[in-house]
Design a protein around this ligand. Structure first.
Ligand code: CUK
Ligand code: CUA
Length: 625
């Protein structure tokens, strides 16, 4: 095709008197300028020192230019993303789009991520609650993080090499994937906890007024392939989940054992239950063919009256606890699982070893300390203490686990200390609390209401993530910092920086698209109405300074950023075509669009890269038919 030749003719005219080769040499000097221009302090107001020294001298400040000690991965709730904070400064470092579209990362705009989102249901948002980092031998290995979508029944994986979502599975037979957790110690399975009861299969058939035709399932997902391996159908519903550290059990809390469809119905009973899924027994049942295939997934019957739950080796233990229990967390030493009562002021401590030994499941409950009003979630410091959020009291309560096992039920004696938080906390998370060896220094309370804590910004207040120092048992907990957050973090994982090793530039081997080197740009008409472009980009130009296509052409544009300098990102913004591709150093991205409006479009780099960033442009010329 004669019209489809790319051209660099317009290039030299941008810098009169400088020929192409000269310009490439000059690039080094330009790079020097760009090094300054790219410095965010010249572009944005520097945030200054974030830290504060508290009255007793606890200091979370991280001086300018220094790094934090921990990564904190916080879910973004209905924003559908995951946020990365540095701890202890609580500085937000970056956001990782997961179920949402994000132009700043080009996520959902290039062919690959767009296809992934479309294959996962095509929704434009999700509701992330529980980001959990993969583990090996009971410690974070920094490879992946997994996070649920409560809104659409999905689970996503984030590749921590690039801090990017790399897989999403739309979980069959599950609506409202709430709890999300790995089977430890080696992340052999990822569990999605089904919260909403629906008919299974949910295809509108059956008696929709009959509670018995509704159910929810626990889904076990392969962490490598992200396929759903099996599911277990249960009575009642489920809420949060956590796994025992040796891989035997997965625990879920539940409200609505009443199996009601209204709020008053769901809170009628004084007790709901904790379910302890016996993973080896479930896998044996799957192995033996004891399942029904529903929507291509083997579904094992784990309801109370299932034959698999009669006799001495039930696949699911139903352990009654008060009342609409919410948070579930296994202690670091794997002795106990702690369930918060939510509508009861206690937490219930279940002895993991007793679950399969006792005749009456309630005999596995070995402690029930009275903590305060609205206990929701519990974290650990590795020194025998538990920290539980009290939603109604707006407090975090620190208590002694062994003392609670020894004390009378509903005794307050295990309580060591309470600290006010602002206000109404949901989750709290202590550093490395989900591992076998928590760090025991910092804790974040994820507060649902901030009320008067920040400048007013209209009816939607920021959330308030409060940093608390828990490293000093003698002087007690200390509130160190208020940190506003866009709605709405639910849970977090905090991982020491030494355990995550992100790459600063892409390894082309990790990408599926081919790398286009300098001088290898190509533009080809394929058939009558399709044009394939491959080009490179660098400071401060694209491989083609202009690209001429015909009206109606389908244009596939693949662009490699050939920079090897870290932090030297470019992008491809195509006006009036709804496309923004971010391309990091050594990365290749591709976008396909239809050139259906004749005209001239200035493709430009939207990611500020250098002193000649504004000049980094290319003309897309769409000729009328
Ligand atoms: S849930 Cu939101 S505060 Cu989804 Cu872990 Cu408890
Ligand atoms: Cu390249 Cu801005």
């Amino acid at each position: 095709g004669d019209q489809t030749t790319g051209s660099t003719d317009g290039f030299d005219s941008l810098l009169p008197g400088v020929r192409r080769r000269d310009f490439m040499k000059a690039g080094a000097a330009v790079g020097g300028i760009s090094g300054l221009a790219g410095c965010s302090s010249l572009l944005n107001e520097d945030d200054g020192v974030e830290g504060t020294a508290s009255a007793s001298g606890v200091d979370n400040s991280v001086p300018p230019g220094e790094h934090d000690e921990y990564y904190a991965l916080l879910s973004g709730g209905q924003a559908g993303d995951v946020r990365v904070y540095g701890l202890p400064s609580m500085r937000e470092l970056i956001r990782i789009p997961v179920f949402n579209y994000d132009a700043s990362r080009g996520y959902g705009f290039d062919d690959e991520s767009k296809q992934m989102l479309e294959d996962a249901g095509g929704y434009t948002w999700g509701d992330t609650h529980h980001p959990r980092i993969s583990q090996t031998d009971g410690d974070y290995d920094g490879r992946f993080a997994y996070v649920n979508d409560k809104a659409n029944g999905r689970m996503a994986r984030i590749d921590l090499t690039y801090f990017e979502t790399d897989a999403i599975v739309d979980i069959p037979n599950q609506q409202g994937t709430h709890g999300a957790c790995a089977q430890l110690p080696d992340t052999d399975l990822i569990f999605g906890v089904g919260e909403f009861r629906t008919p299974v299969p949910n295809d509108g058939t059956g008696d929709l007024e009959d509670p018995d035709s509704y159910g929810s399932v626990l889904a076990a997902i392969n962490p490598e392939t992200m396929n759903v391996e099996w599911e277990v159908l249960i009575d009642g519903n489920m809420d949060n989940g956590d796994g025992s550290k040796e891989g035997r059990y997965f625990f879920t809390s539940a409200y609505n054992t009443e199996e009601a469809a209204t709020e008053s119905g769901m809170t009628r009973a004084d007790r709901d239950d904790v379910k302890a899924f016996d993973i080896p027994r479930i896998e044996a049942a799957v192995e033996a063919g004891n399942y029904e295939t529903i929507n291509e997934v083997p579904v094992v019957d784990g309801r109370k009256d299932s034959p698999l739950n009669q006799g001495d080796e039930p696949i699911v233990h139903y352990i009654p606890t008060p009342k609409s229990p919410h948070g579930v967390s296994v202690t670091p030493d794997n002795e106990y699982v702690v369930i918060s009562g939510k509508l009861d002021p206690t937490a219930s401590i279940i002895d993991i070893d007793k679950i399969d030994e006792v005749d009456d499941p309630t005999d596995a409950i070995v402690g029930q300390p009275k903590l305060g009003l609205g206990p929701l979630h519990t974290a650990y410091d590795g020194r025998g203490h538990a920290y539980t959020t009290l939603f109604i009291d707006s407090q975090v309560v620190k208590w002694d686990i062994e003392e609670a096992v020894n004390a009378e039920p509903r005794s307050e004696s295990p309580v060591i200390e309470k600290i006010d938080v602002h206000y109404n906390p949901g989750h709290l998370i202590a550093a490395e609390s989900y591992t076998e060896d928590p760090a025991g220094d910092w804790l974040i309370s994820l507060n649902k209401l901030s009320k008067d804590r920040f400048l007013p910004v209209g009816p939607q207040h920021p959330e308030n993530d409060q940093l608390i120092y828990i490293g000093d048992d003698e002087n007690g907990m200390e509130l160190v910092k208020d940190s506003p957050a866009q709605a709405e973090p639910h849970d977090a994982s905090i991982c020491h920086k030494s355990k995550i090793d992100p790459k600063a530039t892409y390894d082309p081997e990790d990408l599926e698209l081919s790398h286009t080197a300098e001088g290898e740009s190509s533009m080809e008409r394929v058939g009558d109405d399709r044009v394939e472009i491959e080009m490179y980009s660098t400071r401060n130009h694209y491989g083609f300074q202009e690209m001429v296509v015909r009206e109606g052409d389908e244009v596939e544009m693949q662009v490699t950023n050939i920079e090897t300098t870290s932090d030297m990102l470019h992008s491809v913004a195509i006006p009036e075509h709804d496309i923004h591709m971010r391309i990091a150093p050594q990365e290749t991205r591709k976008a396909t669009f239809t050139a259906d409006e004749p005209g001239v479009y200035w493709i430009y780099c939207a990611h500020f890269c250098s002193a000649l960033h504004l000049e980094m442009r290319s003309r897309l010329i769409v000729k009328p038919e």
